[in-house]
Design a protein around this ligand. Structure first.
Ligand SMILES: [Fe+2]
Length: 112
């Protein structure tokens, strides 16, 4: 699975194939996924079979995290985040699960 954020409109896009992806008239293929740093990071609290995700990233209309994708291989859970609402998401823990998230201004990040 591949994750993209349109640098123009901030749309979060998830694909299952490597075919060309466009949004707002721009090709999105080749976008790099960055390693989480600074405010672009999810804090993970594990409690039994659950994980709770929070972030210090701002959630203003203009600049916010817009999705979280959590999973591995060919199965991911995708959460659309709400503008102006702090990130606070509880999910079932997936052994070896990887966390990706999108920022409408700064693209796709991978938690480490
Ligand atoms: Fe950002």
């Amino acid at each position: 699975m591949k994750f993209y954020v349109c640098p123009i409109c901030g749309n979060g896009i998830i694909t299952t194939e490597n075919n060309p992806v466009t949004c707002c008239g721009q090709k999105l293929n080749g976008q790099e996924i960055k390693d989480a740093e600074g405010k672009h990071r999810l804090f993970v609290k594990e409690e039994g079979e659950k994980i709770t995700l929070t972030s210090e990233h701002g959630m203003t209309k203009e600049h916010h995290l817009n999705f979280i994708a959590y999973g591995k291989d060919n199965q991911y859970v995708v959460i659309k985040l709400d503008k102006e609402t702090p990130v606070n998401v509880t999910l079932s823990k997936i052994e070896g699960g990887e966390l990706y998230f999108g920022c409408n201004q700064h693209g796709v990040w991978k938690n480490n």
